[in-house]
Design a protein around this ligand. Structure first.
Ligand SMILES: Nc1ncnc2c1ncn2[C@@H]1O[C@H](COP(=O)(O)OP(=O)(O)OP(=O)(O)O)[C@@H](O)[C@H]1O
Ligand SMILES: *[C@@H]1O[C@H](CO)[C@@H](O)[C@H](O)[C@H]1NC(C)=O
Ligand SMILES: *[C@@H]1O[C@H](CO)[C@@H](O)[C@H](O)[C@H]1NC(C)=O
Ligand SMILES: *[C@@H]1O[C@H](CO)[C@@H](O)[C@H](O)[C@H]1NC(C)=O
Ligand SMILES: *[C@@H]1O[C@H](CO)[C@@H](O)[C@H](O)[C@H]1NC(C)=O
Ligand SMILES: [Mg+2]
Length: 440
């Protein structure tokens, strides 16, 4: 009798519920301990009766009374989370899949591709925590999402009114699943038109301890940032814009960029990189970008001195020549946003910077990240050759003999990487550090 009813549902619905076949249904029934225990027969009967009456009367009124919809547009964050969740979910009845290619980054940095099958456009029936849900993925043929170049889509979930609370559970589950995959990673954003877009794959976090700055420098910056992040109320009570600017200056290869990356990882923040000398970045776009930074991100402006040296104003050929200096100053002050804003700037030539840029409110914290100090050389050596204290002393002795003082940490890294497993050879090659342009 139940088989008969089932067929009826299938016919009557006329393709609106695809994939609910007899065998799929039997599978659900047989694999479910509740049904297997025999207690489910009554529920099943009631459910089928309800479904049958719903279909035979087929009135929109009943539909509205009994069913709830949840619409997830593709521009919403939870859209991707949901599709990912669906791809993990054992949707027995899906007959229509589409492929989504993902890149998986391994610990050694290599990237391999992985295909996951997500429900394609169309209708799918799933069972979640005991309730049936109809998933309808629709693609709008004409409209294109201008920011990503993909067609607009919506996913609509439909379930019984009494099961509406499950929507919340489902989305929460999808979200935590997606965030777990990103755990331990730092996402880089770059500007794309007026928007921020993830750039490349999320990167593995760099350990803060792997960037060796002079004694106490790193600790001081970290505690300053943490203190800033925990004093939101303090700022709001005093009506001060909740933002803080940091300037790291110093010679090339001293670890400025690496430190900011490691710091972002430590704080569990993402990084928004803005290239001020980008060809058609205008003041307007800059302002828009700085006021729409993704949450939990630090803004990174690299080489701020370089942005204004080359071209000051736009030429008549139509290409705008980057932002103006006053445009940058205004964007940095910006409209007071509710969110916190941490800006990191780096430069190799602090002497070229205009004092207006360095005034408090734009740059609140300025620190030199210099060439390697004796402390740093020691720490770097011991980081590469763990436990080799004696060889470290030997290395330092030679280092001081040669009166090396203008060596960058990147040079040291180069030497140690070249001699990965051979500290003795690193010591004998120490005089290569004299020339900053040595290529090993
Ligand atoms: N203090 C340091 N501790 C550990 N590694 C370092 C340090 N400084 C530089 N390095 C290494 O040197 C390389 C270059 O460093 P990084 O890009 O951070 O330099 P930078 O200061 O940003 O230089 P630039 O001013 O040219 O942008 C990286 O591979 C990094 O691992
Ligand atoms: C920034 O943009 C300029 C101009 O397009 C380019 O020459 C430069 O390499 C870019 N810098 C970075 C760090 O991407
Ligand atoms: C940016 O400049 C390039 C040429 O350098 C041009 O082709 C492109 O259309 C410009 N983009 C925008 C959004 O103006
Ligand atoms: C190191 O750099 C400083 C500043 O540029 C310079 O005065 C000094 O002579 C340099 N020392 C060596 C050993 O090159
Ligand atoms: C760092 O070393 C370079 C040479 O490698 C030198 O030109 C520069 O002045 C030094 N910087 C500082 C701050 O000592
Ligand atoms: Mg850098």
């Amino acid at each position: 009798m139940s088989t008969l009813d089932l067929k009826k549902i299938h016919e009557n619905s006329d393709g609106t519920i695809t994939g609910l076949t007899e065998s799929a249904f039997k599978e659900v029934v047989l694999n479910n301990p509740y049904f297997a225990a025999g207690g489910g027969l009554m529920v099943l009967g009631a459910g089928l009766a309800m479904a049958r009456s719903g279909i035979t009367r087929g009135s929109g009124f009943l539909y509205r009374q009994l069913l709830v919809d949840l619409e997830i547009p593709s521009k919403d964050k939870s859209y991707l989370w949901f599709l990912e969740w669906m791809s993990q979910y054992k949707h027995r009845s899906s007959r229509h899949l589409s492929v989504e290619t993902n890149f998986v980054q391994h610990d050694n940095g290599a990237v391999t591709t992985k295909f996951s099958l997500v429900p394609g456009p169309g209708k799918h029936l799933i069972r979640y925590q005991g309730a049936f849900m109809l998933v309808n993925r629709e693609r709008s043929g004409r409209l294109l999402d201008m920011t990503s170049g993909t067609p607009f889509e919506t996913v609509t979930l439909t379930t019984l009114y009494r099961d509406r609370a499950l929507f919340g559970n489902l989305l929460a589950e999808a979200k935590s699943m997606a965030l777990k995959a990103r755990e331990g990673k730092t996402v880089l954003f770059t500007s794309w038109g007026p928007d921020w877009r993830p750039f490349g794959q999320p990167r593995k976090k760099r350990m803060l301890g792997s960037v060796i700055l002079d004694k106490g420098v790193a600790e001081h910056i970290v505690s300053d940032v943490r203190d800033f992040l925990s004093s939101g109320d303090w700022y709001h009570q005093r009506g001060i814009p909740y933002r803080r600017g940091y300037l790291l200056y110093g010679p090339p290869g001293s670890g400025k960029t690496s430190f900011i990356q490691a710091l972002a990882g430590e704080l569990d923040y993402n990084i928004c990189i803005l290239n001020l000398s980008e060809n058609n970045l205008t003041d307007d776009r800059l302002n828009h970008l700085m006021n729409h930074i993704p949450e939990r991100s630090v803004l990174l402006l690299e080489d701020i001195d370089a942005a204004f040296n080359k071209r000051e104003q736009s030429d008549e050929s139509g290409f705008t020549s980057g932002v103006t200096f006053s445009g940058l100053l205004n964007a940095l002050d910006g409209v007071a946003s509710a969110e916190e804003c941490i800006t990191f700037m780096t430069t190799n030539h602090p002497e070229k910077l205009d004092p207006a840029l360095l005034r408090p409110g734009r740059v609140d914290y300025k620190v030199l990240i210099g060439n390697a100090s004796e402390h740093q050389v020691r720490e770097m050596f011991l980081r590469f050759y763990e436990g080799e204290d004696q060889l470290c002393d030997e290395f330092m002795e030679k280092y001081n003999e040669l009166a090396l003082e203008n060596v960058s940490t990147a040079q040291l890294q180069g030497l140690f990487v070249y001699n990965k497993r051979d500290p003795h050879n690193a010591i004998s090659m120490i005089d290569t550090l004299k020339n900053p342009n040595t290529v090993f």
